[in-house]
Write a protein that binds this ligand. Structure first.
Ligand code: MN
Length: 249
């Protein structure tokens, strides 16, 4: 089994190191990762300037671009042999509910899916980035069950979140749905030292909700959350209703 690994926290991130060690026990690993932190870059693709690739160690390439750039370059040009699967993470921070639309970790996995490769995004919900190191044995076991060269559904990626507890305190593994999250007061308006107004997006109070099966609930109850995602955003339930609208000629 050949794996391509990437992340959005940069190639030096502890979470990527854990993923490299876990995946190396299951197959052959190549890393193509951003040369610096690229969180919250969503599905950005760099098109207006050239990208530089550097081999920092054997099997580890860095790109001065986004996680999506890394996957596009790796699959399009950089790897001699195509990987069987793309793994993205382990992200330092949750990717739950609406997060998946903003975050580089999931976007990298989505890019792989678009390019026809099965992919798994993995995130660690805990606040202490160093605590992710203890997850290596659990992650290896989990990946050995998720990683299937055959039978991985097409156009599907798995979004995995590890709860913010010690691995020994995990209460189980749940297959979940995406919950919802909103942030209140996450846009700040202030003035800079020269008196000009500026805006800053981030922080604020977050509030989540979702069904019994939601990823948020699993994480709150100290379970590992595995959410199957697909890229077809069509709202099939609304097709008939919108068709019944008078949309003109
Ligand atoms: Mn990140």
């Amino acid at each position: 089994m050949r794996f391509l690994l990437t992340n959005d926290d940069g190639y030096l991130a502890l979470g990527l190191g854990v993923l490299v060690r876990a995946a190396s026990q299951l197959g052959d690993v190549r890393v193509v990762a951003p040369d610096r932190e690229q969180s919250a870059t969503s599905h950005s693709l760099t098109m207006h300037h050239p990208l530089r690739v550097r081999e920092v160690r054997s099997g580890i390439l860095t790109v001065d671009g986004t996680p999506t750039d890394c996957v596009a370059l790796a699959l399009g040009e950089l790897l001699d042999e195509p990987p069987d699967m793309v793994l993205s993470g382990v992200n330092h921070g949750a990717n739950l509910g609406d997060d998946v639309l903003y975050r580089g970790t999931v976007a990298a996995a989505m890019e792989a899916t678009i390019l026809g490769k099965p992919a798994i995004a993995i995130s660690y919900v805990g606040r202490d980035p160093e605590a992710v190191e203890a997850w290596e044995p659990t992650l290896t076991r989990l990946l050995s069950r998720l990683v299937r060269s055959d039978g991985f559904p097409e156009q599907t990626l798995l979004n995995v979140n590890l709860p913010g507890v010690a691995p020994g305190e995990v209460q189980g593994i749940r297959v979940t749905t995406l919950g919802r999250r909103t942030y209140e007061g996450s846009v700040t308006r202030d003035t800079d030292p020269s008196g000009r107004e500026y805006y800053w997006i981030g922080g604020g109070e977050s509030r989540w909700w979702g069904s019994e099966r939601s990823d948020f609930r699993a994480i709150r109850e100290a379970c590992i959350s595995v959410t199957p995602l697909h890229l077809d955003l069509t709202n099939y339930e609304l097709l008939k209703e919108i068709e019944s609208w008078d949309l003109g000629a």
